[in-house]
Design a protein around this ligand. Structure first.
Ligand SMILES: [Zn+2]
Length: 377
């Protein structure tokens, strides 16, 4: 359980197989986000048919509503949501640090105001472990101190150091919780340190000292810094991250980010953009970005993306999808979400194939060039 095998590499890009209690994840892979225990708008069977191998659950949201005890009483997040495959829960760190209602950050934990009822709540490294254990995902994430994009050195250092101290507490509590059934959940740490190379390096060293780990996440990127800065941080981490461990780049998942990340050795990605953009009628396609409300699509009998094999593209026309959006029919939001999710999952599948046959470098460069050249339709 929690085994990772590298099946092949091409330059820095990696193709691997991650074995988890609820199934196998072939990497590189995009993980759709199911904030409230559902990938918004989609039936689990649709998520499965889109090729998703693993989905995310959101600790912060599920803790506030319905509460982890309700989920536990109803059989855990797998049974509750009826998603049969692997799952990962985030730690709640990113949400509480992004909140307007954030009150205080102390060594003990974070106090914040619930966005639902305004009540004051606290999450600590220990309680994050307890919530995630009750939810029961295959992978739990460490509770980390997230600092804003481009934080100065002192703030980034403070967040990074606290993340390490909290990691120690997470590890201890998680070990206690999993003692009775250690094979059902694993804990992954998160590397912080902002955009500062030596802080990232120290974060990694401190994390590895507290290991061993079955996976390592890189957090605090794609939070507003320029893309070349994110690429530099990944390039600096790639050679020092332990090769036999899967690498998860948190909260990153636009199509170009996926390929740029894979090219720098990342194995797993997640992002809400696929479904959020889908609900707004914005689709990624092999021909560039499509705004489904564009007047030019009114009479188009073309599929959304002629190169896509998703349930939306094999069945419906652009003209029909535009009509659904103009008429505010909920099917429209769902169909574009299905397409966007499949688009990212397929990108991972294609990357894996080209890594294994040694053509990834060229394929991804050509793909990115086309993607940037075409622009918006
Ligand atoms: Zn499609």
């Amino acid at each position: 359980m929690f085994d990772f095998t590298l099946n092949g590499t091409h330059v820095l890009a990696r193709a691997g197989t991650l074995v988890l209690p609820h199934g196998v994840v072939r990497t590189p892979a995009f993980m759709p986000v199911g904030t409230h225990g559902t990938v918004r708008g989609l039936h689990p069977a649709e998520v499965e048919r889109a090729g998703a191998q693993i989905v995310l659950g959101n600790t912060y949201h599920l803790h506030l509503r319905p509460g982890e005890e309700v989920v536990r009483a109803l059989g855990g997040l797998h049974r509750f949501s009826t998603w049969p495959g692997p799952m990962l829960t985030d730690s709640g760190g990113f949400q509480v640090f992004s909140l307007e209602g954030l009150r205080t950050v102390e060594e003990e934990g974070v106090e914040f105001q619930s966005h639902i009822d305004g009540g004051l709540r606290t999450i600590t490294p220990e309680s994050s472990m307890e919530i995630q254990w009750a939810l029961g995902a295959d992978i739990a994430m460490a509770f980390d101190h997230v600092v804003p994009a481009q934080s100065d050195y002192a703030h980034a250092e403070e967040g990074m150091e606290r993340t390490l101290r909290w990691l120690e507490r997470c590890r201890q509590r998680h070990t206690e919780l999993t003692q009775t059934s250690p094979r059902t959940q694993t804990l992954w740490p998160i590397i912080q340190g902002g955009t500062h190379a030596d802080l990232r390096r120290r974060s990694l060293e401190g994390t590895l000292e507290r290991g061993p780990w079955s996976g390592i996440a890189v957090g605090g990127l794609s939070v507003g810094e320029p893309k070349p800065v994110m690429h530099r941080v990944l390039e600096e981490l790639a050679p020092v991250l332990p090769a036999p461990v899967p690498r998860y780049l948190m909260g990153v998942g636009f199509p170009d980010d996926l390929l740029e990340g894979i090219a720098r050795g990342v194995d797993l990605f997640d992002c809400v953009a696929a479904t959020r953009n889908g609900r707004h009628g914005s689709a990624w396609t092999s021909q560039g970005k499509v705004n489904i409300r564009s007047a030019g699509l009114k009479s188009s009998d073309q599929p959304l993306d002629p190169a896509c094999d998703c349930e939306t593209c094999v069945r419906f026309s652009r003209g029909y999808l535009r009509h659904l959006f103009m008429a505010e029919e909920m099917l429209g939001l769902r169909l574009v979400s299905i397409h966007n999710i499949r688009f990212l999952i397929r990108l991972g599948e294609q990357a894996r194939e080209t890594i294994l046959n040694g053509t990834f470098d060229r394929w991804s460069r050509d793909w990115l060039e086309r993607y940037h050249r075409r622009g918006d339709l």
